[in-house]
Design a protein around this ligand. Sequence first.
Ligand code: IMP
Ligand code: MG
Length: 414
Amino acid sequence: MTNTVIVGLQWGDEGKGKIVDYICPNYDAVVRYQGGSNAGHTVNVGGIKYIFHLIPSGLLRMKKLFIGPGVVVDPIVLKEEVEKAKMMTQKLDLTVDLRATVVTPLHRWLDGYLEEIRGSSAVGTTRRGIGPAYAERALRIAPTVSDVLMKGREIFDISSKLFKWEGEVDEWLKTAKEVFSSFAGDVGLKLQEIMDRGGSLLFEGAQGSLLDVIYGTYPYVTAVHTLASYACIGAGIPLGSIDEVIGVMKAYQTRVGKGPFPTEVEDEIGNVIRERGGEYGATTGRPRRVGWLDLVSVRYTTRLNNARKIALTKVDVLGGLRSVKIAVAYKIDGREVEHFPADIELLSRVEPVYEEIEPLPKLDKGEWARICKSGWSSLPREVKRFVEFIEGKVKAEICIVSVGEERGLTVERS
Ligand code: IMP
Ligand code: MG
């Protein structure tokens, strides 16, 4: 029995969905514990791309799936995904927690309105209503899944007064009741039963650690904790239930939305990496900002998550670039520091201190596939050096290297 959290070590889009899909055959269930439909997890199987926003990525392996109480659930998105899922698998074994917060049309409206009011200081949210849903939860006026099932339009009474909102709710409520009545349950209790039988759980983090509402680059963050330690709270399981954390990181850095990004590359190399890596948001389609791997921030997030293992993704994307840089420290006002600053103003003016690594080979898909088939020892020497370089700087073991979107383009350390 092993309970594992998969967590992003950067600003999201590290390839968590692919890693979850790859390792989930070893587990009995996959659990989402925070975030909502702002997430976009892309999994590629047999040349077909699947994008999920709410349903855990384990769907493709037909596992038991859970959306925990820490998630904010948009019933309209859930309905669409359930319909899509039912076309892909005969059996959808999904439980959505009764205590989970429900994202309403008011939340979506408020997300957009707030961004407009913020003007030039807009966060660049996904406009999926995530912030307003968590905020209403804290105000104790957001409906839970249980409220939607038990109550009528009065669930909007206070928030529509507060925000002077008069949107249509009857049709929405009908759909929400319908979709929740098929899937609602007590996730924590069910997970406990699986653990008591000796089963293993895989927790699928959404967004990335640098988007954590407290430990990320606030205020340019999402609205909830994204760190692995939130898995217990967000899934309804007791402290101490987690055995290991696998951090997922890309071989470079990306960010959607605004906020400081010390290693951002805005020249032609940035464009090359963006195009090669397909760096466009899975949820919003926005081009992602691109930059060099930043080991100062990764050291910080590896520590906060207690990620002893790392899955390194998209290594193929850097193949063939004449120069590959990695930030190993920051310079602040002429002083070199190795830790991630808590102050966002400082962070926005740090200068990365780079080390250049030996260029990585440019191989085609077939060559990478052959390497993956024959195992870790056949990884090109330059890739092994890249891996060792990172391990030396972040004090975690890289246990998986991913060199393409497809399942087969993955190699595990043996
Ligand atoms: P929100 O979560 O929609 O409120 O957006 C807040 C910030 O988090 C914005 O910068 C978004 O671009 C970013 N964000 C939210 N979800 C994801 C994700 O799944 N991947 C990457 N960035 C995300
Ligand atoms: Mg994503």
